[in-house]
Unconditional design. Sequence first.
Length: 318
Amino acid sequence: MPSSVHSSAADRVVVTGGSGFVGRAVVRAFLDRGTPVTVVDTEQLPAELHDDLVTHVAGDLRDAAVRESAVAEGTAGIIHLAAITSVLRSVDRPAETYANNVAVTHELLELARQRGVGQFVLASTNAVVGDIGHGTITESLPLRPLTPYGSTKAACEMLLSGYSGAYGLATCALRFTNIYGPGMGHKDSFIPRLMRAALSGDGVQVYGDGSQSRDFVHVDDVVQGIMAAWDKQYDGTAIIGHGRSISVLELIDAVREATGEPLPVTHVPAKNGEMPAVIVQIAQAQRELGYTPAVELTDGLRTVWEDFRRAADATGTR
Ligand SMILES: NC(=O)c1ccc[n+]([C@@H]2O[C@H](COP(=O)([O-])OP(=O)(O)OC[C@H]3O[C@@H](n4cnc5c(N)ncnc54)[C@H](O)[C@@H]3O)[C@@H](O)[C@H]2O)c1
């Protein structure tokens, strides 16, 4: 059974995965507006979110009692961020990824329909389109995911489309590129690894020649996109990224600039199947949502560096 700490007020937003990296920034944005939020997450509520406006439903969304407790009558909408987010884990555990990502999304949509919830925003990914080489990813490309992670998100997008078409629920899939920012200390993606290397003085391994390119978007910009979609009750799909891709070597240079650390690089053989590039167009989000990414890479990386240094100082690991 879920444990619930506090409950009040109609017109609240449910943020699944609200204790996670993106979730805590989204919850903060709603609290800053005075909107009551229900956070549902297996993880504890971060101390920074302890607030009278927050209800915490602690539990696993695969459990019906947890879902029903979280999506109470009077819920205005659901921002669905909870998921298995690691591509590698999804490859190791496809069935678990399906249960967490697809089945949970369907059950939440069903609850939304039954309880008259107005809107549903899904955290999706550009991985739904798979590898298109150096081409530019837009919302109109066919979905050809190459991993269980990508395919579960593609399946979720299809479920959203069906619930919008059949029941008039405003459903929106925001496809994020690589997100970075404060609060990602628990992650094992490339930027946290660079930050840990900068802290320890170790070098970093780069697969292949480091020319593979990616789009890195700051969590503040992602929050801007989510809040814009929420405010407009946007029904559709939109890519939320920085809109400019850089190579891994350029990223390392930017981290060197942000941290002041030398970050020596060792090249190791390229990984099979690694995408040569992720290049996205953000025109639809700009047009439909008024989305304008505002955080420049080096400034954004400084916010991550400060966060890592603060955490290292607090735990005496620096
Ligand atoms: N971080 C990125 O670069 C990125 C890029 C594209 C898409 N996304 C998507 O954005 C969303 C948020 O990502 P994040 O980086 O904040 O991830 P995160 O892992 O930091 O947060 C996810 C949260 O969901 C919770 N959760 C997962 N399964 C749950 C379950 N069954 N029941 C209850 N809680 C559960 C976890 O405990 C965690 O707190 C995810 O859906 C992810 O797929 C993230």
